[in-house]
Design a protein around this ligand. Structure first.
Ligand code: BGP
Length: 472
């Protein structure tokens, strides 16, 4: 399919691409960096986070490729344990230097840095010290880290994302670490962690909005539209409930600063005894994000679910990786396969129209400017005899999603940027290098480092010409 309707997107539209620190930097323990919980959580069957794509050492070459691609923006994350190896305490100057060099290189090449402050990589030291996100102490430590970074780079960075995919950390518990000695259920622990994360986010938003009023800051959240499996009122109701738990719960916390009434009722019914202070709620109310990052991969179909079903939410695949499955929440909802949609080889449903449905719904409820901070399709790929990859399926996926995005802008939604996942091949959170997303191929496999050379895929040239024609 040919992408045609780019006209409603402004000349300032942020044509971008995204990555995250632990998935591309490597240099896991170099120049003073400390370990993070994600370094430990990545399945050892995959390439570990020691080298990944070696972006730490090759960032200049990578920025040159971004420039050639025509990027106007680049979304990346700053690794907390690179700045504070112990999570708190002494700053690691070499860590700051790396990001200063990267940011300078981007700015020099006319590329706007879009910075994520937390992308799953809590310093392991804080997990060891006080169980990480389970402790109220994490709020101040995250704030201190974020304030340090924002103050340091505020001269060159004006777009900030606080926390990546809080909704997915809640849904996929392998992105967090739980205390084995905690007598509370995993779910109760999750609600507590989620609260501290929300307050930590709010504290950073409040600081940035007050100190740097011209800056944009908000969460980057993984979202999906929810479709009822049928017009049966029971299915429609279950779909509403599912959307409340998976989307509006988080969006209300961020943008209204409050717990949705039905979620609050659920928490009370479960008998969860959460540490939530009046001052937390006051801070959440006053912090007003003025930017929303949306990560969109797929839509979700839902039907009613009897109380008698067995609850389940995560499955282990044949490689030993934990994958999301069709979640069953007895008495609330059950997620099922949508028979109308094709899927990726990993079973992720491909639904470009879902992006338009999502954007229109979210913007109507929470009208702040939106950047698509992730959107893309993973595939098993290798270099062909011409040292490239014919990833036409990716071009088709991205064109169709961009078309939906454009129509959403026509519908009146303020989408100001698009950052496909990912700029280059990197370590997939769930599937290592067996699942590639990039415009740029990186020559390595899970088992062999090879020479880590960069090669432009067919989609690189497609995106390059698209950006050129949209911005001329
Ligand atoms: C999002 C994460 C990214 C990235 C992406 C693709 O949830 O923010 O870090 O990993 O999903 O997921 P995967 O690599 O598991 O295919």
């Amino acid at each position: 399919m040919q992408y045609q309707s780019i006209s409603p997107l402004s000349k300032q539209f942020l044509w971008g691409a995204a990555t995250a620190a632990y998935q591309c930097e490597g240099a896991k323990l170099e120049d003073g960096k400390g370990l993070s919980i994600v370094d430990l959580n990545i399945n050892p069957k995959f390439a570990d986070t020691s080298v990944t794509t070696d972006h730490y050492h090759r960032y200049k070459e990578d920025v040159a490729l971004m420039k050639e691609l025509g990027l106007k923006a680049y979304r990346f994350s700053i690794a907390w344990p690179r700045i504070f190896p112990n999570g708190d305490g002494i700053i690691n100057q070499k860590g700051l230097d790396f990001y200063r060099n990267l940011i300078d290189e981007l700015v020099k090449n006319g590329i706007e840095p879009l910075v994520t402050l937390y992308h799953f990589d809590l310093p392991k030291a804080l997990q060891d010290k006080y169980q990480g996100w389970s402790s109220r102490q994490v709020i101040d430590d995250f704030f201190h880290f974020s304030k340090t970074v924002i103050d340091e780079f505020s001269d060159s960075v004006t777009h900030w994302f606080t926390i990546n995919e809080q909704s997915n950390m809640f849904a996929l518990p392998y992105l967090l670490v739980f205390d084995e000695n905690d007598t509370r259920s995993i779910e109760e622990q999750k609600y507590q962690m989620n609260h501290y994360m929300t307050v930590a986010h709010a504290k950073v938003v409040e600081y940035c909005r007050t100190q740097y009023p011209s800056h944009k800051i908000g969460p980057a959240i993984g979202l999906s539209p929810y479709y009822a499996a049928s017009a049966l009122p029971e299915d429609v109701l279950a779909t509403q409930v599912c959307a409340d738990f998976k989307t509006y719960f988080f969006m209300d916390l961020y943008f209204k600063g409050e717990y949705k009434a039905n979620i609050w009722k659920y928490i009370l019914e479960q008998g969860y005894n959460l540490d939530i202070l009046e001052e937390d709620l006051a801070l959440m109310k006053s912090a007003k994000p003025n930017l929303l990052g949306i990560n969109y991969y797929q839509s979700t179909m839902v039907r009613a679910c009897p109380e008698t079903e067995v609850a389940q939410d995560v499955a282990i695949d044949e490689n030993g990786a934990k994958q999301a499955i069709f979640e069953t929440a007895p008495g609330r909802y059950q997620v099922i396969q949508n028979p109308n949609l094709n899927t990726t080889p990993w079973g992720w449903e491909i639904d470009p129209i879902g992006l338009r449905i999502l954007l229109n719904d979210i913007y109507a409820r929470y009208p702040v400017p939106i950047i698509i901070t992730e959107n893309g399709i993973g595939g098993q790929e290798s270099l062909d005899e011409n040292n490239t990859v014919d990833d036409s399926y990716r071009i088709e996926y991205l064109s169709e999603h961009l078309d939906a995005l454009t129509q959403s802008v026509n519908d009146g939604v303020d989408v100001v940027g698009y950052c496909p996942w990912s700029f280059m091949d990197l370590l997939s959170t769930s599937s290592g290098f067996n699942k590639r997303y990039g415009f740029v191929y990186v020559n390595r496999t899970d088992k062999e480092l090879l020479d880590l050379a960069r090669y432009k895929k067919k989609s690189f040239y497609w995106y390059q010409s698209l950006i050129q024609s949209a911005t001329k």
